[in-house]
Ligand binder design. Structure first.
Ligand code: NAI
Ligand code: 15L
Length: 264
């Protein structure tokens, strides 16, 4: 690619992408609304609020690919969610439609299906069951991606990211964890395949206790290598296992499913 846009580049996953995806394009355009530090030699820095339609059009102009990591990443008041994850995602797709229809990696979330029980095994065809307003906004993002694929041919990989951190932080994350290495390898595959379409992908490592089946996206050739199981002794030593009445035992989305609506 000539130019790859990374939104949310000052955030947790955006900064991992910034550090590790430089080889995919001649120029990385890194964007956020918060501090991005100094531009490296192959970088363009562009500050932008995703809710600003005109600014997002300028941001997307000239980009052959987009890794969309910008957005509200936790449950919040509706206005906050709406600004970043509803208006923001709509603005991104409208800009993509007008400005060359680049391939998009969309950060969806396990909270789009978080009300399912950990006893269920899900795949890309399982019904969504959002566990929060945040989860609803991710279902919206997936629906918009589907519309813009069917209507305009814009290809998107919707990654229902589990828990992408350096290590799993609790027992639930032994099921949901995705390592940074597996995450980066997935994005590399998404940009490598000649035909992507608009798949739903579960962003999860090869964990012994994973709940999600990625057979539908075998054509990507992505084989996650890491396994959260090696962290189990450390987590057992650090905290008690969740009891049967804990949200983490009842819902794949854990505490998000038990959270109250955040009033503004
Ligand atoms: P983060 O909160 O660390 O980063 C989000 C970034 O987006 C921040 O840099 C923030 O400034 C920026 N942002 C938020 N609203 C914006 C707006 N209106 N305009 C411009 N920039 C805005 O989140 P993280 O963990 O890096 O997650 C990245 C994406 O992946 C998010 O969409 C999140 O929902 C999703 N995700 C992350 C998971 C994880 O395990 N880290 C799990 C599931 C989904
Ligand atoms: C998410 O969607 C969040 O962005 C992230 O911070 C974690 O809470 C993750 O889900 C999770 O479910 O562990």
């Amino acid at each position: 690619m000539k130019r790859l846009l990374i939104t949310g580049a000052s955030g947790g996953l955006g900064s991992v992408c910034r550090k590790r995806l430089g080889h995919l394009a001649e120029i990385l355009r890194v964007s956020s609304r918060s501090d991005l530090g100094h531009a490296a030699t192959n970088e363009e820095i562009s500050y932008c609020d995703l809710a600003d339609k005109r600014a997002v059009e300028n941001l997307v102009e000239g980009c052959d690919g987009i890794v969309h990591m910008g957005g509200q990443s936790l449950e919040a008041a509706w206005e906050v969610i709406r600004n970043s994850n509803i208006e923001g995602v709509f603005n991104l797709y409208e800009a993509a439609r007008k400005k060359g229809r680049p391939r998009i990696v969309m950060a969806s979330s396990n909270h789009a299906i978080g009300f399912h029980s950990p006893t269920e095994r899900l795949d890309a065809n399982s019904p969504t069951r959002p566990d929060s307003l945040y989860g609803v906004s991710k279902v919206f993002g997936e629906a918009l991606a589907s519309l813009y694929y069917d209507k305009f041919g814009i290809e998107t990989a919707c990654i229902r990211i589990g828990s992408c951190f350096p290590e799993p932080r609790n027992h639930r994350m032994l099921s949901t964890w995705m390592s940074y290495d597996d995450f980066i390898r997935l994005i590399e595959r998404i940009f490598a395949v000649p035909k992507l379409g608009c798949p739903i992908i579960y962003g999860v490592s090869n964990n012994d206790s994973a709940w999600w089946d990625n057979r539908e996206v075998a054509y990507l050739g992505w084989k996650p290598k890491d396994n959260a199981e090696r962290f189990r002794p450390k987590i057992n030593a650090k905290m008690a296992r969740p009891t049967t009445s804990d949200a983490d035992s009842k819902f794949q989305g854990g505490a998000f499913a038990a959270d109250e609506i955040h009033e503004s």
